[in-house]
Design a protein around this ligand. Structure first.
Ligand SMILES: Nc1ncnc2c1ncn2[C@@H]1O[C@H](COP(=O)(O)OP(=O)(O)OP(=O)(O)O)[C@@H](O)[C@H]1O
Ligand SMILES: [Mg+2]
Length: 268
């Protein structure tokens, strides 16, 4: 599994974007990485998949520092997938089908298996109806869903989702949330960054809070959101169920439905 050891990263012409990051993906099954704009989330994700190389410190996979030659990176990509924040970074081919099939051909799967995987992953994100469309005809949200499909089709051990639901409509957000829960249940390790704290709270079991390139807090989801006032300190919103808990003295519920059941059963 991915860990990092004192990972520091500086862009060529910029300040230090990540400072001494100690991360351990063994800590949870769906891990949230949260922080305001510019706190370093995408930079951290790109270091974790070897797109960027730490200035000092290391990224490790199963306790071995990852290597940056082409062959090693290709092997790493079979295990670790990333959905980039910007879908235009992910999508290269003209037609949707070809785009999702591209990486699968690269790892040498036969065409029947490719067909099955492409159809299943496009269906799961609600993108099957535009499988024959040129990618540049799609809207931002549609491209985002295709980008997610192309990563799901790889069946990686770890998938990093950088802002997977930004710009998506509520129905698509729900679909992506369900996919994340489903793949996690099947054993895929998931890492998500998002500004949607309700989504993070609902999905994640462990959280890292990034602030100006440093991890300033980490722990189990309930603890990070309820102990102290860390969300206000870093400029993030509190999940609404946490607000209900703090301001109305309701128990802390993890799901909206749990609050309604409690209320309807006369818990208060
Ligand atoms: N290509 C680049 N060259 C130089 N500096 C960069 C580059 N990309 C990002 N940075 C800087 O690195 C820091 C972290 O940026 P990063 O994109 O990782 O933040 P983020 O947490 O993903 O933000 P957002 O929520 O807006 O996606 C910022 O200060 C940013 O200005
Ligand atoms: Mg980002």
């Amino acid at each position: 599994m991915i860990t990092t050891s004192e990972l520091t990263f500086r862009y060529d012409e910029g300040d230090v974007a990540l400072k001494n990051i100690q991360l351990d993906l063994n800590k949870g099954n769906i891990i949230g990485i949260i922080g305001v704009n510019g706190s370093g989330k995408s930079t951290l994700f790109m270091n974790m998949v070897g797109v960027l190389k730490p200035t000092s410190g290391a990224v490790l996979y199963n306790n071995e520092p990852i290597k940056y030659d082409k062959k090693s990176l290709r092997e790493l990509r079979k295990k670790v997938g990333i959905v980039f924040q910007d879908p235009d970074k992910q999508i290269f081919y003209s037609k949707v089908y070809e785009d999702v099939a591209f990486a699968l051909r690269n790892i040498g799967l036969d065409e029947d298996e490719i067909k099955r995987r492409v159809s299943a992953s496009l269906k799961s994100v609600g993108a099957i109806e535009f499988k024959d469309k040129p990618v540049h005809f799609l809207s931002h949200g549609q491209k985002k869903r295709v980008a997610i499909a192309s990563v799901l089709a790889m069946k990686n051990e770890v998938i990093l989702f950088d802002e997977p639901t930004a710009g998506l409509d509520p129905k698509s957000v729900k679909a992506i949330a369900k996919i994340i829960v489903d793949i996690s249940k099947l054993g895929t390790k998931v890492v998500i960054s998002s500004h949607d704290m309700d989504l993070i709270y609902e999905l994640c079991d462990y959280i890292y809070v990034l602030d100006k390139g440093s991890i300033i807090c980490s722990g189990k989801t309930e603890e990070v959101f309820t102990e102290g006032d860390i969300m206000n300190e870093v400029g993030l919103a509190e999940p609404w169920l946490v607000k209900v808990h703090k301001n109305m003295h309701f128990p802390l519920f993890r799901k909206e439905e749990d609050l309604y059941v409690y209320f309807n059963e006369g818990g208060r």
